[in-house]
Design a protein around this ligand. Structure first.
Ligand code: GLN
Length: 195
């Protein structure tokens, strides 16, 4: 199983480590052609506006939309979630705009800069230590979206079909359960296309 990490900006290496620790191949993606060899893609945390500029600069927007339209799974973490979302509070246009959620950037008030929280995650387990850094949260989720975790009553992890998005940085701890969950989604999607 080949899992790419969009390597234009942000926490890239840490995701690769987590993917490898979960038994799949982790590939840093810097060129559009690399998307072809992937079964799934992680869009990391960082700064969504900077990442968007680089996505445009290197011609990634259409190829990423194509990747999504082929049914391939994408996991957006933090800034990556903002890139996936169909709606962003205060913005007229989304970035990729494929996951049926509305997100608000930098939305944890006084805890805005960074904090950690223990989450209970559906299908994954209890006591997941999540690191939030200038994190967004999901203010609204569409009908087909499954909410997988909340913190202080805010949605911080959700799945919409082939798309998984979280507010926090799962790659920054040694707990690889969420990465493993994403890899199981990728495996499922791959088996579907082969069937
Ligand atoms: N605040 C960043 C943004 O709006 C996201 C922060 C992160 O990815 N850690 O893009």
């Amino acid at each position: 199983m080949n899992i790419g990490v969009l390597g234009l900006q942000g926490a890239v290496r840490e995701h690769v480590r987590s993917i490898e620790a979960s038994g799949a191949n982790g590939i840093v993606v810097k060129r559009v052609e690399q998307l072809e060899e992937l079964d799934g893609l992680i869009m990391p945390g960082g700064e969504s506006t900077t990442m968007r500029r680089l996505i445009d600069l290197y011609g990634f927007m259409e190829p990423l939309r194509q990747f999504a339209s082929e049914g391939k799974p994408i996991f957006g973490t933090c800034a990556g979630l903002i890139l996936l979302a169909k709606h962003i509070v205060g913005y007229d246009e989304p970035h990729l705009g494929v996951m049926d959620v509305t997100v608000e950037r930098n939305s944890f008030g006084r805890q805005k800069e960074s904090f950690e929280a223990d989450l209970s995650i559906a299908h994954v387990g209890e006591g997941f230590n999540a690191v939030f850094i200038r994190a967004p949260h999901i203010v609204e989720a569409g009908e087909e979206v499954e909410v997988l975790a909340k913190h202080n009553n805010r949605i911080v992890l959700a799945r919409h079909g082939q798309f998984l998005g979280c507010s926090f940085h799962p790659e920054l701890t040694a707990d690889n359960r969420l990465t493993a969950f994403f890899i199981s989604m990728v495996k499922e999607a791959k088996e579907k296309t082969l069937a």
